[in-house]
Structures are given as C-alpha cells and as structure tokens.
Write a protein that binds this ligand. Structure first.
Ligand code: COA
Ligand code: ZN
Length: 313
C-alpha cells in the first residue's frame, strides 16, 4: 500500500453495484463515474466484470471501460471474471487485477457460476496458468474472492473449515491472494474477527481485504471489528449500490462515503476527499435516476450542515 494512506478503500460500485441495478448505465456515465471517483482519491476501482452479456447486459462494454480506466494515472484497474473465458477477456483488455468469485457455499457456487467450489478452483488453476504465459509486466494480480464466507441464503451455514480449505486451495492453484466476502450480508463482528484470523493464521501475508455487504445493517460494525485485528483493505460501493443477482436477498455493499467518513474521523488516512466523493453521487442520480441511493453522510451533509435533508428521510 502507498505510504501516504493507512487504509485502502476499493470502490466496487461499477461492478457489484451495476450488476444489480435494473436500469442500464450508459458507457459515458460509467466512464464519468470512474474518472470522478479516481479524482476524489480512490486508488483502486473494480470497474466491471467479464461475464456473458446475455447474463448481465450491463457489462457489455467491459473492455471499453477497462481501456478508459487504464488512462487514469495512479489507479489500480480491477475487474471480476467468473471463468477462464472471462479472465482471458480481462487479460486481453489489460486489467491489472482480476478477482475470481470462488464461492465457499456449494449451493451459491452452482447458482452463481454453475460450478462446484472445487471445479471453480480448477478454473482458477487454468486462469493462473494463462496469466503465467504473459510477459511479467503484463500479468494481472489474481485474487480469489471467497464468497458467501459468513453464511449463505441458499445453503445456510458455511463451514469455517471449508473457508480455510478453499483459501489454501486457491493459493495452490496459483492465485496471488485471498479476500473474504460477505456476499449475503450475514456476518457479525465476532465472526469477522474469528474467520479472518483463522485464515490469516494459515496464509499470512497473502490475505487480501474484506468485501462486506450491509444487508443486515452490520456493515460498519464489521469493518470496525476488522480494523481492530489489523485489516486495512475494504471494498465498498458508492451510494451502497450492489448485490449478487444469484444470491437471493443479497443487497448493497457498505457505502463508500460512510466508510471514508468513519475511517477519516477515526484518524485513518484514506487519501479520499469526502466532499468530492459525495459529489460523485450526482453522476448516479443522472445516469441511473430510478435507482435508490443509500448513505448517511450524504443525507446529513459532510459537515453536518444539511440536517434538514437528514431529518426529512
Ligand atoms: N464472457 C463472455 N461470454 C462468455 C463467458 C464470459 N466470461 N463465459 C461464457 N461465455 C459464453 C460462451 O462462449 C457461450 O456462448 P455461446 O452460447 O455463444 O456458445 C455461453 O456464454 C455459455 O457458456 P458456458 O461456458 O456454458 O457458460 P454458462 O452458461 O455455464 O455460465 C458463467 C457460466 C460462469 C459464465 C456464468 O454463470 C456467469 O457469468 N456467472 C457469474 C455471474 C456473476 O457475475 N455473479 C455476480 C458476481 S459474484
Ligand atoms: Zn458483493
């Protein structure tokens, strides 16, 4: 991590958010969003996913979006790819980081990628082999994004031993790092601490960040618990957009603006200008006017001066 920030806030709205919105956001608005988010100080943005456009039409312009994001200085251009074909498309487009959705829940894995978790690991192996054939300076970082780590709305309980097994298998398959995702927003702070530490004890430095959804209102409480045990990378989504269309009941990510507010208020440096970040919401209001936007800080006003709006909510 750059030494002028303490916590890396990774914006996933253009991917996790837009995969779940009913309204299509045009390519021009996506580009404006990404440019403005980077100008507000975000250093990593998951800009799209390389999925079949038939399945998620919103992602039809993925390669063009990556090409645009690559023109922005000091930005890590991250994407999601659910299979070998998607990862090859992502590498061809020049993505700098590829996250693979490796579901620990058998049932969610089948629903999301039509493969069992173990079959997904085999895909990860093939993807990493393809990466290794690229010249060294063109190789993207590959993260195994373990999903439904803290519970699954289809399967119910997800065994911690399985989380550990999939983390180790991901690294053996060639992934660079492993992140933990609360896809369904079922995690609680005690569980966050326990499971993160369990996996970290096994894979140490190759642990990546946390991807938290606020489905049950525990998002920032979970962040706080994770901060206490040293986690310094968090995914979040502008205006709390997001959710997995293949996990029933899943809703938005933690709100980037609220996360930045909390971190900065606690003395962590994020590199993000909160006023500029809140202003980026205007691009969503124009680009996808029918989608509900969430977030406490935007409602209250960054300096708390906009209380009328907050009261009126
Ligand atoms: N990008 C573009 N096209 C793709 C593709 C990709 N990543 N993967 C497959 N396709 C195409 C195939 O070429 C094939 O095309 P054809 O019908 O013209 O021959 C078609 O899609 C079906 O391919 P198949 O390999 O049978 O895929 P599938 O239908 O079993 O779907 C996944 C598997 C993984 C591609 C799909 O389930 C998926 O995209 N899941 C991810 C969903 C998601 O984004 N969830 C939220 C994020 S966690
Ligand atoms: Zn998510």
């Amino acid at each position: 991590m750059a030494n002028d920030i303490d916590v890396l806030v990774s914006e996933v709205g253009p991917r996790d958010g837009l995969q779940n919105t009913k309204q299509f956001m045009s390519t021009e608005y996506k580009k404006r969003w990404i440019t403005a988010a980077a100008a507000a100080g975000l250093r990593e943005i998951e800009v799209c996913s390389f999925v079949p456009p038939k399945l998620i039409p919103q992602m039809i312009d993925a390669a063009e979006i990556v090409a645009h994001a690559l023109t922005i200085p000091n930005l890590t251009v991250a994407v999601l790819a659910p299979n070998l074909k998607g990862a090859l498309r992502a590498m061809e487009a020049g993505a700098q980081k590829i996250t693979l959705p490796v579901s620990v829940s058998h049932a969610h894995s089948l629903s999301n990628v039509r493969k069992t978790p173990d079959q997904m690991i085999e895909d990860a192996r093939r993807i990493c082999e393809a990466r290794d054939e690229l010249p060294k300076d063109k190789r993207p970082k590959i993260e195994s994004g373990l999903s439904t780590v803290f519970g699954c709305t289809i399967q119910g309980e997800v065994k911690e031993s399985e989380v550990l097994r999939m983390a180790v298998a991901s690294l053996e398959a060639g992934c660079d790092e492993v992140g933990l995702a609360d896809t369904t927003g079922m995690a609680n702070p005690a569980q966050i601490r326990r499971v993160y530490k369990l996996v970290q004890a096994e894979i140490g430095e190759r642990m990546a960040g946390l991807h938290i959804h606020n489905t049950r209102g525990l998002g920032l409480a979970n962040v706080l618990a994770a901060l206490d045990i040293g986690v310094r990378t968090f995914d979040a989504s502008l205006a709390g957009l997001g959710g997995c269309p293949f996990a029933p009941g899943a809703s938005g990510n933690i709100v980037t603006e609220d996360l930045v507010y909390m971190l900065e208020a606690m003395g962590f440096r994020t590199g993000v200008d909160l006023d500029k970040l809140v202003a980026v919401r205007n691009i969503l209001t124009e680009g996808i006017p029918e989608e509900p936007l969430y977030g406490y800080v935007a409602a209250a006003g960054v300096k708390g001066s906009d209380c009328a709006v907050a009261t009126a909510r």
